[in-house]
Ligand binder design. Structure first.
Ligand code: HQG
Length: 170
């Protein structure tokens, strides 16, 4: 069975407050698996199950290191790889936030990066966390890239960016 509670604890430890677990993240967000297991008091098998079964592929575990793939709010900048995203990416949000975004562009707010979805459906789900009335904005990534906006890969379905100016949104 998928362990929602452990996934939430892992998100807290690996994205937001590693110091509360005596963890240190490197510049790409990695930390030793052994340290996380000790901090959370769980077995490697249980942790591996969450990494594998997580429907949003939030985590990555390679050999003896683990990290969150996106969502960080820790103060030190987590370095991600730039890449070429699909021509359209989507961002779902409340109708009221969408109004500001169409003026100011997309900003990371409390996280390190703006989060974008590869499908409209996924953006609708993300937006529905923000209110009853939502709006899905489409990012014209070729135009944004031509103007110097970098897109960074989170996982197969989430892309990250710093700021996306309003002129690349519709
Ligand atoms: C909004 C979840 C006003 C933005 C999801 C969003 C995602 C602005 C909110 C991931 C703005 C930030 C991230 C501007 C952006 N003016 N509002 N200029 N620019 N905003 O939760 O993208 O379940 O930090 O529209 O699935 O909703 O945690 O970001 O509403 O992938 O794995 O500021 O978190 O993944 O909210 O979600 P969030 P998000 P997990």
């Amino acid at each position: 069975m998928y362990d929602v509670q452990l996934s939430k604890q892992m998100s807290h430890a690996l994205r937001h407050a590693p110091w509360q677990y005596e963890l240190e993240l490197d510049e790409a967000g990695w930390t030793p698996v052994a340290d996380l297991l000790a901090a959370l008091g769980v077995s490697r098998a249980r942790l591996e199950n969450v990494v594998r079964e997580n429907p949003k592929q939030r985590f990555e575990l390679v050999e003896d290191r683990v990290r969150a793939r996106y969502g960080h709010s820790v103060p030190g900048r987590i370095v991600r790889e730039p890449g070429t995203p699909p021509a359209e990416l989507f961002h779902g949000t409340s109708t009221s936030a969408a109004e500001s975004i169409l003026l100011d562009g997309l900003r990371p707010m409390r996280r390190q990066y703006v989060h974008l979805s590869v499908t409209r459906e996924m953006a609708e789900t993300v937006g529905s966390r923000k209110g009853e009335r939502i709006r899905v904005l489409t990012v014209d990534t070729p135009a944004a890239r031509a103007a110097g906006v970098e897109f960074l890969r989170g996982n197969e379905i989430v892309w990250l960016a710093d700021h996306v100016p309003a002129k690349f949104l519709r």
